[in-house]
Design a protein around this ligand. Structure first.
Ligand code: OSB
Ligand code: MG
Length: 374
């Protein structure tokens, strides 16, 4: 960074999803999203998007807790630390336990600012090497199996390389069976968002082994790395951990116990680029494939996910897909688009590489606050 940070501007925006998104923990119809903008003393700025949800159902954070953490604790620690570059931010905030999504939103904004002032694309600044990333989609629980099959048909026609469907108890084997019957050879995975228990559900999860799934994502509770290891011993299908991996330490424990064979990395869940990069290096060293997860992001978060996905270990298609799957009108220009072969090109512009549509953001802002860093 060329000069010290001067202020953080927070906004809450509200965006209706084009169609509701349902997982084992609930249904989302509109997103409340925290947009973070940091300014340095020369007036340069960078954008981050905090992925904390409306409710504490995926993890403990919400947009409201993240707002409070940012204004009351993150801003003062940052002001005191006088960081010289984005890589120092996570260390400066280490005293705050957890609240990783709140920290990641601010850290991401500072990475964008740094890359913009250095006049380089963010994906290059973080060490990315892939010029094109591979994309899959996450398809939520639908009201009927026919609706699910229709949705999948459209996603495959668009070119997406991997289809993931959400499952929960009693909406699992029969869904997978129906999808496999219609699409015998697609790359298919399932995501349970922690809806199962090892004591009662091992037999139903074992039945999923018959359907050639590339992975079963997060079947058990976030803290249950030991139980995931027990379950993995019972399954042929690789387990992928999402909620369970919030740090490099978790990744190491999961690998040492053979609790998973694949890791989903989300910038917010792990607290930002520094931790995400550490997890991806560890995974690469130990031949664990990783992919970039999604949290129904608007364009700024989506652009950061694209940058993250260019790191060398991201070999599997991520849940990073086109803006038009979520929003009538995104908050960036151009919107994120996906090629016919299910890829997104890393942008050539500086920083996140997409223009932020400030007028659009202004139009959907419902709350704002500025914190000075001095
Ligand atoms: O578990 O990956 C998940 C959305 C919200 C919370 C958790 C998850 C998801 C998704 C959607 O699967 C991914 C996306 O399309 O952004
Ligand atoms: Mg998941």
């Amino acid at each position: 960074m060329k000069s010290q940070l001067e202020r953080i501007e927070l906004r809450e925006i509200e965006l209706p999803l084009k169609s509701p998104f349902e997982t084992s923990f609930g249904r989302t119809t509109r997103r409340r999203i925290l947009i973070v903008r940091v300014f340095d003393k020369d007036g340069a700025s960078g954008y981050g998007e905090c992925v904390a949800a409306e409710n504490p159902f995926y993890n403990h954070e919400t947009i409201d807790t993240a707002w409070l953490m940012t204004t009351k604790y993150i801003a003062p620690l940052l002001a005191a630390a006088r960081v010289e570059n984005a890589a120092q931010v996570s260390e400066a905030l280490a005293q705050i336990r957890e609240n990783r999504m709140a920290k990641a939103g601010v850290e991401a904004a500072i990475w964008d600012l740094e890359a913009k002032t250095l006049q380089t694309p963010l994906w290059k600044q973080i060490g990315g090497t892939r010029e094109e990333i591979n994309c899959g989609v996450s398809v939520g629980l639908q009201d009927t199996t026919e609706a699910l099959l229709d949705k999948i048909t459209r996603e495959i026609e668009s070119g997406y390389q991997r289809i993931k469907i959400k499952i929960k108890p009693k909406k699992d084997v029969q869904l997978v069976e129906a999808v496999r019957k219609q699409f015998p050879s697609i790359t298919l995975s399932v995501d349970a968002n922690s809806a199962y228990q090892i004591e009662t559900d091992t037999s139903v999860l074992k039945r999923l082994d018959d359907y050639n799934l590339v992975m079963i994502e997060q079947p058990l509770a976030p803290g249950d790395i030991v139980d995931h290891a027990k379950l993995q011993r019972e399954l042929k299908t690789p387990i992928c951990l999402d909620e369970s991996i919030v740090s490099l330490t978790n990744a190491r424990h999961a690998h040492e116990l053979d609790a998973c064979r694949i890791i989903n990395i989300k910038l917010g869940r792990v607290g930002g680029y520094v931790e995400a990069k550490a997890i991806q290096s560890f995974a690469q060293e130990h031949d664990l494939p990783v992919w970039c997860g999604g949290m129904l992001e608007a364009g700024i978060g989506r652009a950061h996910n694209i940058a993250l996905s260019t790191l060398p270990g991201f070999t599997l298609p991520g849940d990073v897909s086109a803006s038009e799957r979520y929003w009538e009108e995104d908050i960036i220009e151009p919107p994120v688009t996906v090629s016919r072969k299910g890829t997104i090109k890393a942008p050539i512009g500086h920083g996140i590489g997409y223009e932020v549509n400030e007028a659009r953001i202004e139009a959907v802002t419902v709350k704002r606050e500025t914190v000075r860093l001095e």
